[in-house]
Design a protein around this ligand. Structure first.
Ligand SMILES: [Zn+2]
Length: 107
């Protein structure tokens, strides 16, 4: 005999499902998931993408930063005009995509 309450309604049914919901709640959740109303709308919004890619570039680098990866990293960051043209767009992978703003919808 079950003694655990349903996580949805708090009732203590004779049988609790493995997701800890009672039968009425399980049916309600299932119906809610399948008959949720949707509508096709045009949405204008803004996204921000973090792109990663490997860059191979021949750059003129100060001698004292060549053997220090940290120094080299900072130098590359501060001097992106020295290698930005060497980025291969086909090598870029979107590592993260964030919706930053929603401007509105047109139904
Ligand atoms: Zn319930």
């Amino acid at each position: 005999m079950n003694a655990e309450p349903c996580v949805e309604c708090g009732d203590v049914p004779e049988l609790l499902d493995e997701d800890l919901t009672c039968a009425p709640c399980r049916i309600r959740i299932h119906l809610g998931a399948t008959v949720m109303e949707t509508k096709l709308v045009e949405v204008r919004f803004e996204i921000e993408e973090v792109v990663t890619c490997e860059v191979v570039a021949t750059v003129e680098v100060p001698i004292d930063v060549i053997d220090d990866d940290d120094e080299l990293l900072h130098w590359l960051e501060d001097n992106d005009d020295a290698w930005v043209d060497d980025i291969d767009p086909t090598a870029q992978h979107v590592a993260e995509r964030t919706v930053t703003d929603v401007y509105g919808t047109a139904a």
